[in-house]
Design a protein around this ligand. Sequence first.
Ligand code: ADP
Length: 270
Amino acid sequence: KEGVYLEIQTTLYDKNDHLIFVRDVTRLHLLEKMRKDFVANASHELKTPLTVIKGYLETLSMFADSLPKSMQKGIVNMSEQSERMEQLIEDLLLLSRLESDDKREENQWHKISDLTQSIQKAIEPILTGEHTLIIDIPDDARLYGSYKELYSAFSNLIVNAVKYSPDGGNIEIKWESSDLNGVFSIKDSGLGIDPRYIPRLTERFFRVDKGRGSKTGGTGLGLAIVKHVLLHHDAKLQIRSQPNYGSTFSCHFPVSRTRTDSIQTISPTH
Ligand code: ADP
């Protein structure tokens, strides 16, 4: 029947017999859809009032010099928090789009070095000079997918590597391909992550240290975004980390989505 969702599982009962379990999950699907719609609508509705608040704050900061010190501090604080809220809304909207079945940007072949170069340019303001980006990506390496989605996944991982290496150090960004797959990896020598938290990192709003997260301006949605983007690209995320020594986040793409030659004529059927 249309609109009915069933979950079917089979198990071998004995040599010749199978047990078939059928579960009606229509209600679960409806609830999930309601959750997604609510988050998408609420995030969208929050955009307009925030734009108005930010506008007035900008005007206020022009006159900040004539205000008492405590009010100047308040304006700086409000500006920082409204930037944070804007980032949160943007991330929620992006996650909603990634979760919905709406039409997606068409998949195309992209030079991986183009992606990393524009990310590098965009993150210049957060590079304090303490960090050294070591980028090792063959110029002819290409990936088949959505530029916007890949950009947000890779930039979230690179920004995290910077954010969670407060003492600076090297950040290695690499592309390696073999007959089996293509791997995009980011290695930092920062704070690292306790192994017991690793399985939870891609949950929405999960942060190892909430206090640390609010200081570094995180939303807790970055790795959830990475997970969804990789799912769209038939890829998997691998996380290896050692507290106080650093972390490596690797995105494993199937070989059908990777090329290393400069001319591409056939597209995979994704
Ligand atoms: P956030 O916006 O808080 O950075 P993410 O979803 O991107 O959210 O990451 C979730 C949590 O995973 C972070 O709060 C942080 O605790 C941890 N994390 C992510 N990347 C790294 C990293 N490179 N090094 C150490 N911890 C990390």
